[in-house]
Unconditional design. Structure first.
Length: 72
């Protein structure tokens, strides 16, 4: 979990928001090297300066919060 959070922290320092972080987008090279985690699938990611992109719900439906599903 620490490696994933460090990856998210790095993205946020670069003003990138992933917007579809889920277990399927976390890749492991080796189960014995959990510090070698990769975050994948940046298809929905945006630069955080584009604030208008945060007004619409997006992501994988089954991982959305209930309050977002009602807006879809």
């Amino acid at each position: 979990m620490k490696a994933i959070l460090k990856g998210v922290e790095y993205m946020h320092l670069k003003d990138i928001v992933h917007r579809d972080l889920k277990p399927e987008n976390i890749l492991l090279n080796d189960m014995n090297q959990l510090d070698q985690i990769k975050i994948a699938d940046f298809g929905l990611s945006v630069h955080s300066e584009v604030s208008s992109m945060f007004n619409q719900p997006c992501g994988t439906f089954i991982y959305m919060a209930p309050e977002l599903i009602s807006k879809v």
